[in-house]
Ligand binder design. Structure first.
Ligand code: ATP
Ligand code: ATP
Ligand code: MG
Ligand code: MG
Lengths: 165, 165, 165, 165
């Protein structure tokens, strides 16, 4: 399984829809300070089911919806589509590609989809459960994580081992 | 669950000590469980000794040594349980040039099993990537994505667009 | 004590907003006291808005924007009460090249009043220095100091001595 | 007042005595990861009277004494001399140069000196009280400080304002 596409629509600073087509191997993301690189990481954590607004650097879940600039009005909803290829059959579904979608409106209510059919958060979590790529997993690493791993104040290390078991 | 945890722990421990010696070109490192008795409750303890130095508490390691030690543990976890994709957000920031080259060499070793997406400001890390994405904010507050060739890196960093996506 | 605090606060607040606009080349920032009533107990609240973006909570700022905002506040404090010398340890690590140039320009402005000692891995910051010290650990575990000319920087970083001190 | 000389003898990784002669303006300190740069910052905090071993990344105060390498035995004491020039009469003493010294033995007991005559920690703290360069002051900035200033979890911001008043 690998990440093949990520689409952000109205997510954080991505006002107009953008698509990132990923290839195998190493992909680098670059750009000046504040241009939106870490927002892409937040999009991946979010679509994988992240429930804490603080983990996404906000105070409430609506903070992920494009909030406007001096020239543009805020939007009413944010959507992220993540497509993974299932060629090796990692997922127990008969598709060769699986797209998971998360949508949120200003009301704060999230909707989830697997290959466009509505599902619950629990279904997405179960789909990714044994792959080591949950929203809190060791697959998404920010710089502060390095400190967590070494300080281990709240047993983060143990948690990583449990994920890997 | 206890048996699974102790088995995983033993594997990760072996990989951690191997990978540490590659990233530090010597020295030694180990993992142990704090003697709480019950392995399911115990903390994971890291000991690390860079080449030629005496064994000291990991709090005395330098900023760069801490980052490299945490990365050794992460790679050991990926080796024990490969995760289909991994996202790193500026984990190379504390590293000096020599350590960045070692980090990048390790990435190359893992790229068969795992797809990496790396956010970085460091040109040496960008050069190793198979593909690049530039994020620009030409219009203040609005992020866009551009495909980038290694030659265009300077333009993207200065927020000048290369080609519309 | 209360009068002194409020006077200092008013001065630092003015400088903070000026310096922020120089470092961010626009935008606006302000300091206020949380409305606890008693100025001696209140918290200092920072609001910051990079150019063209909407005002949002400072937790939504990017890594580089956070570092530059904190540096604006530090420079404002130095301006209000110059400290004879200042030591910065890798505070430029989260900054992209453009922001490093702005940071370095600001240092130059302050160097009349304050002596700076800056630990950095960034060549652009090294180039601005009036004098350089190289720390090497040719013999593992034992630190020595060597005087360095800008030309020798590569050698020192590779742990090759230049001249005995 | 400015920093004119710093001597480290047996302090952390500085086994043999080293001297850093500082000039006005900007001084950069560079070197590979783990070579001893931040140990120099710790030496300044320590000679200014730092009482918390944790602030110096250790667990007990003896951690500042050279602890040996695979080739060398640990030393029995650590000394740091810091010389500041008093040309502008910032300090209430009739000297043009003032050297403060701190010494610690394996027993953990620290001795303090001003211009080679024994004094108490309180005398050193009083000497630097109004200059804004105490051991916890905003004059010595590590990278984590940037996070403290912005998170302000324990009122660090207020503390900086009080120092500047
Ligand atoms: N809901 C939102 N609507 C609009 N803009 C947003 C929203 N949430 C965050 N932002 C903006 O996104 C920017 C931060 O982007 P991000 O953290 O991705 O930057 P970055 O590219 O990682 O930068 P750095 O290199 O400094 O880490 C902030 O300036 C913030 O104002
Ligand atoms: N008492 C001591 N005796 C001997 N060595 C020590 C002592 N205390 C710390 N060290 C060593 O000093 C090294 C750390 O040095 P320091 O933190 O100054 O590195 P640095 O130059 O700041 O590196 P970086 O660029 O990674 O931040 C560690 O490897 C540690 O083992
Ligand atoms: Mg970022
Ligand atoms: Mg350091």
């Amino acid at each position: 399984m690998s990440l093949s596409k990520l689409e952000l629509i109205g997510f954080k600073s991505f006002m107009s829809p953008v698509t990132l087509d990923f290839r195998e191997g190493i992909t680098a993301i670059l750009g000046p300070n504040g241009c939106g690189k870490t927002n892409i990481v937040d999009a991946v954590r979010w679509v994988l089911g992240e429930q804490s607004a603080r983990q996404l650097r906000g105070t409430k879940m609506e903070n992920v919806i494009f909030n406007g600039t001096q020239m543009h009005k805020p939007l009413g909803c944010a959507v992220v589509n993540m497509t993974v290829d299932n060629a090796r059959g990692v997922f127990p579904l008969d598709y060769s590609e699986i797209t998971i979608t998360r949508k949120v409106y200003r009301s704060g209510i999230s909707e989830y989809f697997i290959n466009k059919s509505p599902c619950r958060l629990k279904d997405i979590k179960e789909l990714f459960a044994d792959t080591g790529t949950g929203s809190h997993s060791y697959a998404v690493i920010e710089q502060e994580m390095i400190e967590y791993v070494l300080n281990d104040a709240h047993g983060e290390r143990r948690h990583m081992f449990e994920e890997a078991s | 669950a206890r048996k699974q945890f102790t088995e995983t722990f033993a594997i990760v421990r072996r990989y951690f000590s191997e990978i540490f010696q590659v990233l530090f070109e010597g020295g030694e490192a180990d993992l142990s469980l704090s003697d709480d008795g019950d392995p399911l409750e115990a903390d994971v303890v890291i000991t690390a000794r860079p080449k030629g130095k005496r064994l000291q508490d990991i709090s005395l390691l330098s900023g760069g040594e801490r980052a490299l030690t945490a990365l050794s543990l992460l790679f050991a976890l990926y080796k024990a349980k490969p995760s289909p994709f991994c996202i790193f957000d500026e984990v190379d920031a504390p590293l000096d040039d020599a350590n960045i080259m070692r980090f990048v060499k390790m990435l190359k070793k893992f790229q068969e099993e795992t797809q990496f997406v790396i956010i970085t400001h460091n040109k040496r890390t960008m050069e190793v990537a198979d593909s690049l994405f530039g994020i620009t904010m030409e219009e203040k507050g609005v992020s866009r994505v551009v495909s980038v060739d290694v030659r265009d890196i300077e333009d993207v960093l200065a927020n000048k667009r290369t080609a519309p996506q």
